[in-house]
Design a protein around this ligand. Structure first.
Ligand code: ASP
Length: 345
C-alpha cells in the first residue's frame, strides 16, 4: 500500500474526511486541514480581517495573516494605532507592537517613533535578532537598518486637534470605553463605534489579532500607540509577551485591549491561555481573568476597561470585557462579522 500523499488527502477531504490517522504511513502535519479563522479587536478589525483572510483563505500562514491584517489599521488614521494616532503628553506618537507564532517565537518593539509599521519591525526582531524586544532609539535604529523609512515627526490632523484639546486641561485621566451603547443616541456616530465617546473623544482602540491557519497553526499580533497623552516613555501591555499577547499552539492564542497597566499586573493573555489549558472555553477563560482584574481593582474597576479575545487550537473563539462597549471582528469561511462582547457589568 502506497503512503497517502497530500494530493490524496486533499481529494479525500473534499468528501468530508478532514482528518484521520494511519500510523506509519502519513506525516501528521499532512493530515491537518483546519478551518482557518481570524479574530481581531474592535470595529477596525473588520477591515484588518479582510487582509488577513486573503492570506488564510489561500493557504497562507497565520503569522503572515496577523502581520498583514494589522498593517491595514496601522495605515489608517485612527486614535490609537499607527503614526496617525494620539501622541504622548509631550506631543510625540510612540508605538508599541508584538507578534508571536506557533513555535513560541516572538518579537516586539516599544516606544518606537516615526516608523509606519511597528508590527513588521516586531516581526524582524523575532526573525533576525537574538532578542525578543527592542525599545526606543534602539528599535528605531534597527528598523532603519532593516530598510524601514523614517517618517516625519508630525501629528495627523485628528491627533493634532485631540492634542490641542487635551492641552487645555493637561490632566492624564484615561477615559476608557465604559459608555453603554444603550445610553448613546442611535444617530450618534459613537453608537456603532463604542470606543468613540459621544462627546467626540476617542479613547482606545488597539488592534490585536489572532488567527488559526489551515495547517492548524496559531499566531497573534498587537499594535498600538498605547494610551493617548500618556507620560513620555510609558509602555502598555501590547508589546509585552504574556500580557498583551500570548500564543501556545497546543492550547490557544489570546490578545488584550484596554487599560494596559491592569493587563500587565495579571500577565493577562498568558493567564487566559492557562485557563484554556485547564479545559475552559475561550470565553470562559477570558471571563476568569476579567474577574480576577475586577477583584484586584475593587471599586476602581469601574474606571477602566479591559477586554480579551481568544481562540483555542480547535478554532473555537470567544471574548470577554470588564464593561459594555467592546466589540470584535471574526472572519471565517462563513464571512466577516462584528460581534458584541459579553461583559461583567
Ligand atoms: N492596551 C493598550 C495600552 O494600554 C491600550 C488599548 O488597548 O487601547 O497600551
Amino acid at each position: 500500500m502506497k503512503p497517502i500523499n497530500r494530493r490524496g488527502f486533499i481529494h479525500l477531504s473534499s468528501f468530508g474526511l478532514t482528518s484521520f490517522t494511519l500510523p506509519g504511513f502519513i506525516n501528521k502535519s499532512v493530515l491537518i486541514n483546519k478551518k482557518p479563522i481570524v479574530v481581531s479587536t474592535w470595529d477596525a478589525g473588520l477591515n484588518a480581517n479582510l487582509a488577513a483572510w486573503k492570506v488564510l483563505s489561500t493557504g497562507g500562514t497565520a503569522l503572515d495573516a496577523v502581520e498583514q491584517g494589522v498593517m491595514v489599521t496601522e495605515n489608517e488614521i485612527n486614535c490609537c494605532v499607527g503614526l496617525g494616532a494620539n501622541p504622548d503628553r509631550d506631543g510625540h506618537v510612540t508605538l508599541d507592537a508584538s507578534i508571536m507564532d506557533h513555535q513560541f517565537n516572538c518579537g516586539s518593539v516599544a516606544f518606537l517613533e516615526r516608523i509606519k509599521h511597528p508590527i513588521s519591525v516586531a516581526r524582524r526582531v523575532m526573525e533576525k535578532t537574538p532578542h525578543v524586544m527592542l525599545v526606543g532609539s534602539g528599535a528605531q535604529q534597527f528598523a532603519i537598518s532593516e530598510g524601514f523609512s523614517l517618517e516625519k515627526d508630525e501629528l495627523s490632523k485628528d491627533a493634532k486637534n485631540a492634542y490641542e484639546n487635551w492641552l487645555k486641561k493637561s490632566t492624564y485621566k484615561p477615559i476608557y470605553n465604559v459608555e453603554r451603547q444603550s445610553e448613546i443616541p442611535k444617530n450618534d456616530a459613537a453608537y456603532n463605534a463604542p470606543h468613540k465617546l459621544s462627546n467626540g473623544e476617542w479613547n482606545h482602540d488597539t488592534i490585536g489579532m489572532i488567527a488559526l491557519d489551515a495547517q492548524g497553526n496559531l499566531s497573534g499580533s498587537c499594535t498600538t500607540s498605547g494610551a493617548g497623552f500618556k507620560m513620555r516613555g510609558r509602555l502598555g501591555d501590547s508589546p509585552i509577551i504574556g500580557a498583551g499577547l500570548y500564543v501556545d499552539n497546543e492550547v490557544g492564542a489570546v490578545v488584550a485591549t484596554g487599560q494596559g497597566e491592569d493587563v500587565i499586573r495579571v500577565a493577562g493573555s498568558s493567564a487566559v491561555v492557562e485557563f484554556m489549558r485547564q479545559g475552559k472555553s475561550p470565553k470562559e477563560a477570558c471571563k476568569l481573568v476579567i474577574e480576577r482584574i475586577r477583584r484586584i481593582k475593587k471599586e476602581k474597576a469601574k474606571d477602566i476597561q479591559v477586554c480579551f479575545i481568544a481562540i483555542n487550537n480547535k478554532g473555537e473563539y470567544g471574548a470577554y470585557a470588564l464593561h459594555n462597549g467592546f466589540n470584535y471582528a471574526v472572519h471565517s469561511e462563513k464571512g466577516n462579522e462584528l460581534l458584541e462582547s459579553e461583559f461583567l457589568d
